[in-house]
Design a protein around this ligand. Structure first.
Ligand code: GAP
Length: 457
């Protein structure tokens, strides 16, 4: 199965989805650039998310906050003191690991957060280093994941510590009051945000699965603490699963993993992860859903001295809402979309790789080809067709190589329809439309092309 990842990573580079970043300087570990098609795929996923959870709902609004926020926010939220992972070094080969991951991979036991037990288990179960095979471990110790930076806020050269946000959620909580004061939201309502987050992960890896700089799409959904919340919670789980399916994931590759009550943070009533069956190590977290009670509004109210309450005018009641938090990793969404789309097929006379993205998710929706690039009539007509479609669909004009090669390339990009302008077009105003999945070709009149394609999408 690791083979699948290698093939996918190679395709991503070859076709401009994802490049290892800073290559001309020898590369920079676990840092990636979304290329021409990857950045469009990323935008399509963000747009679908925003449309689904903000634009199409009356109970949701969006914000776009800064990456560097007041450091007091991260002290109050507990991140500065407690956003730690357990790290362990192999004394033999000097490789560094996340201790809970080493143990889970070797024994299946989830000991996250239990430092002493981890230390004990490494010894009693004689767990081997997966890099060199020895069992010579260092102490398990905590490592804070916050990315620190310095800001010259006073102008006198004295620098203050600031942090790059480790999650987008923080900005939502501290703007709670501004949002309720400036918009017409009424509990229950949600605030959504998409943006970068930074974590100094001990071990990043598995391509874009675990990064130090990544993007999240998060919602804080504020509810009345007096009312039952289970149905709202379950609805969000269903919506998260539907979103994964809209990315292309098969239902059987998704599962729900409920965190054991003793593993929950003291403020959480329930946490469930939506996991995806990745080709490396099986089911792993894709999205998360947590009931966070009034913890966040509570700690920020206390630390800031501001009231972070909601006034229910209908019932003349003032209360601190509880919050349900559906969180979606954007890079993991992209990875699922790429993995689910990747298909190798035997076809007449050989084989092909085709990215079977859901049509509305494909980075290029329509490719337009003149049959021959040295025939001005064909090129001119193809440009006309391209111009006619480009406002409605994401289009690409391609006149390189023979048409067969262009099909292979567009299959690897995942383009649902290729349109070829040939000599017949000049006679009868029809073009060939080729379907990515069936490879069938039909002739469509240029005048009817737009409505034909609109129906197909
Ligand atoms: N506000 C809640 C929160 O941040 P989380 O489970 O730590 O929860 C949410 O992160 C999502 O962000 C995860 O489900 C995952 O998709 C994504 N994520 C977390 N750490 C990541 C990393 N290092 N690289 C890529 N994605 C990550």
């Amino acid at each position: 199965m690791q083979d699948t990842m290698q093939k996918l990573v190679a395709l991503c580079k070859r076709r401009g989805f994802v490049f290892p970043s800073s290559e001309i300087y020898g590369g920079f570990a676990n840092s990636y650039t979304y290329g021409p098609y990857g950045s469009q795929l990323k935008k399509n996923i963000k747009d679908l998310w925003w449309k689904t959870f903000v634009q199409n709902r009356a109970d949701m609004v969006g914000i776009d906050g800064p990456i560097i926020l007041h450091p007091k926010l991260w002290e109050a939220s507990g991140h500065v003191g407690g956003f730690n992972d357990a790290m362990v070094d192999c004394k033999q080969c000097k490789k560094r690991f996340r201790a809970d991951h080493v143990i889970e991979e070797a024994t299946g036991k989830d000991l996250e957060g239990e430092i002493e037990k981890m230390q004990e288990t490494l010894v009693t179960e004689k767990i081997k280093c997966k890099a060199c095979g020895s069992s010579n471990w260092s102490e398990v110790r905590l490592f804070n994941q916050m990315f620190k930076t310095e800001m010259n806020t006073t102008g006198d050269g004295g620098e203050d510590v600031a942090y790059l946000r480790p999650e987008t959620a923080g900005a939502i909580f501290i703007e709670f009051k501004n949002v309720i004061d400036s918009s017409r939201v009424k509990v229950p309502f949600g605030i959504a945000q998409i943006g970068k987050a930074f974590r100094n992960e001990i071990v990043a890896g598995n391509f874009i699965f675990r990064l130090r700089e990544f993007e999240q799409m998060e919602i804080e959904y504020f509810i009345d603490p007096e009312l039952e919340w289970e149905e709202t919670f379950d609805n969000w789980l269903d919506m998260q699963e539907e979103f994964a399916i809209a990315l292309g994931a098969k239902k059987e590759d998704l599962r729900r993993y409920e965190h054991a009550p003793e593993k929950l943070s003291h403020y959480s009533k329930k946490t469930i992860d939506i996991e995806y069956k990745f080709p490396f190590g099986g089911f792993k977290e894709l999205f998360g859903l947590a009931h966070r009670s009034d913890f966040d509004l509570g700690v920020h109210a206390k630390a800031s001295g501001q009231k972070l309450e909601y006034f229910d005018a209908k019932n003349n009641r003032r209360f601190v809402p509880h919050v349900i938090e559906p969180t979606f990793g954007l890079d993991r969404s992209i990875l699922v979309s790429l993995l689910a789309a990747y298909t190798e097929e035997e076809i007449e006379g050989g084989s092909r790789i085709v990215m079977k993205f859901p049509k509305n998710m494909a980075p290029v929706q329509i490719a337009v080809f003149p049959l021959l690039k040295n025939k001005p009539d064909l090129v001119g007509k193809a440009k006309e067709v391209f111009d006619m479609l480009k406002n409605t669909f994401t289009c690409e004009f391609d006149d390189n190589g023979n048409v067969g090669k262009r099909y292979r390339r567009q299959d690897e990009i995942g383009t649902p329809y290729c349109i070829t302008i040939d000599f017949d077009t000049l006679e009868d105003e029809t073009v060939t439309v080729r379907d990515r999945d069936t490879m069938e070709q039909v002739r469509v009149k240029v005048g009817e092309l737009k409505s034909y394609l609109q129906k197909e999408f």
